[in-house]
Design a protein around this ligand. Structure first.
Ligand code: TXE
Length: 459
């Protein structure tokens, strides 16, 4: 498998793909390894995860360089991601033992009732390329602490990074037969679906997620899907600092080139402040430094996948045909690398796929609205349900809208944000199940209920 640098289109590495026979051997060894791993205490397993976190921290510069080379993520954002994702390790350090401890519910009289949380077994983690640290950690760290072994298949666009996870997990004391990173694309993914695993944890597109759910349905094992979104942001008329709101909204839309599951994908602005907002928004976007992702100054690098360029161009052309106005960007940047101009369109409406279908790139549509009621209808007009955001000075007014939206995450005066303290989950086409928080660890265990009755003593 060739690994291509999206900034230069040069081949940076060639890797041997995992064969079907190798996959079988790896799964046998993971099954064996899991037995001993699950017998260790949570504390012992956690110690390995903490050591892994320390090793990542020690090697952060080298790791950020690899991430930037293979995905095109600007170096500063690679550093941010690696450092930011460490909060999962810290959160597990604080909570994992408590979350995984047996719980006694009834401890009086002759009958005792308790729950013991047992690991699932060997789980598959089929992962994405856009934030490999965040989405990888969300699954494999929690699965490992809970006593599972993990078959990790990174995206074919983030394989070098995936191999680094393997290297440092092993160095941290996780046995080789407890974590294995396999190399390949969707074909290997398909073979994993056909193999005998105890759970499937996926991050990626809605189409692939659906296929995974259908393919493994007959196994009756847990399936968790973290998919994309078409996340709306509504700027209410009472926002006092319109310029700051525009800066924050633009960051939500263009950070990581818009390739975030919770990126702001469409913006609705009250007609009272629309023009002021758009002016500030476009000025902010035009100030972004575009270019070589290895420079710490760069904010917009290349897209990770070449095929996305055509897709984005089509969204722009279609929107223009339906009456949108282009205020910035709109096309591929000539020369080497998969660069696309940061693109802002106004006068958008829901006849445009730009406002309905996930873009996953540096492109945003803005629509003017005349009331909260209309904004709410438009925000709800989607098959996705990942996040929704409202910027307003009035919490009650913002929550009144957010409470009515069928989304896993609601933001007031913030956006494009994930925290280890609270669950990350999507609804409808955005997926099923939760990562992070208590729910995120419960995903990797199965409860066993004990009814323990002591018999009356003879005397
Ligand atoms: O996803 P794919 P990609 C979404 C976003 C984006 C899209 C494309 O919508 O536009 O995904 O990203 C493996 N059986 N998100 O192309 O194709 C594949 O090898 C088993 C949302 O990466 O779904 C990779 O490891 N596995 C998001 C993984 O699935 C298969 C993060 C994802 O690939 C397979 C990133 C198959 N038949 C992208 N086919 C989020 N929720 O954060 C492919 N794969």
């Amino acid at each position: 498998m060739q690994i291509i640098n999206p900034a230069t289109e040069e081949i940076i590495s060639e890797l041997q793909e995992t064969s079907k026979d190798e996959l079988r051997r790896i799964l046998d060894s993971l099954r064996e390894g899991q037995k001993a791993w699950s017998q260790k205490s949570t504390k012992e397993r956690l110690e390995c995860i903490i050591r892994f976190g320390e090793l990542i921290q020690l090697n952060v510069n080298e790791l950020a360089k690899i991430l930037t080379l293979e995905t095109g993520k600007p170096l500063q954002q690679s550093l941010n991601e690696i450092k930011g994702a460490q909060n999962r390790v810290q959160h597990l350090r604080k909570n994992a033992e408590k979350w995984l401890a047996p719980e006694t519910l009834v401890d009086s009289g002759s009958t005792h009732e308790k729950i013991v949380y047992e690991p699932l077994g060997v789980i598959a983690n089929i992962s994405a390329w856009n934030f490999p640290y965040n989405v990888g950690y969300n699954v494999f760290l929690y699965a490992l602490v809970a006593g599972n072994s993990v078959l990790y298949k990174p995206s074919e666009f983030a394989t070098l990074t995936g191999k680094q996870f393997e290297k440092y997990l092993w160095q941290a004391g996780i046995p080789e037969n407890v974590f294995q990173c396999v190399v390949g694309d969707g074909k290997l993914g398909q073979q994993i679906l056909e193999a005998d695993l105890n759970g499937y944890f996926f991050t990626g597109s809605h189409g692939t997620g659906l296929r995974i759910a259908k393919t493994v349905a007959h196994k009756l094992v847990p399936v968790q899907l973290e998919l994309g979104g078409k996340d709306p942001l509504y700027i209410m008329d009472d926002v006092s600092d319109v310029k700051q709101a525009a800066i924050n909204a633009a960051e939500g839309a263009f950070y990581n080139n818009g390739q975030s599951c919770c990126a702001v994908e469409r913006i609705y602005v009250s007609e009272k402040i629309h023009d002021e907002f758009v002016d500030a928004f476009v000025a902010e976007v035009k100030s972004y430094k575009i270019g070589n992702p290895t420079s710490l100054e760069t904010f917009v690098g290349p897209l990770t996948r070449k095929q996305q360029i055509k897709f984005l161009e089509n969204q722009v052309i279609y929107a223009l045909n339906k009456g949108a106005i282009l205020l910035s960007g709109g096309k591929e940047i000539e020369g080497k690398g998969y660069y696309f101009e940061p693109t802002v369109l106004t006068h958008c409406n829901h006849e445009m796929d730009l406002m309905k279908e996930e873009s996953f790139g540096p492109i945003i549509g803005i629509q003017k609205v005349s009331s909260d009621k209309i904004a709410l209808e438009l925000m709800a007009d989607t098959n996705y349900g990942l996040t929704a955001a409202v910027f307003s000075n009035d919490e009650e007014r913002a929550l009144h809208l957010l409470n009515q939206l069928n989304v896993g995450t609601a933001y007031w005066n913030c956006c494009d944000r994930v925290s280890p303290n609270i669950p990350w989950s999507g609804r409808n086409n955005s997926g099923v199940g939760s990562t992070l928080s208590t729910q995120g660890i419960r995903a990797f265990v199965q409860p066993k209920s004990y009814h323990l009755r002591s018999l009356p003593s003879e005397n």
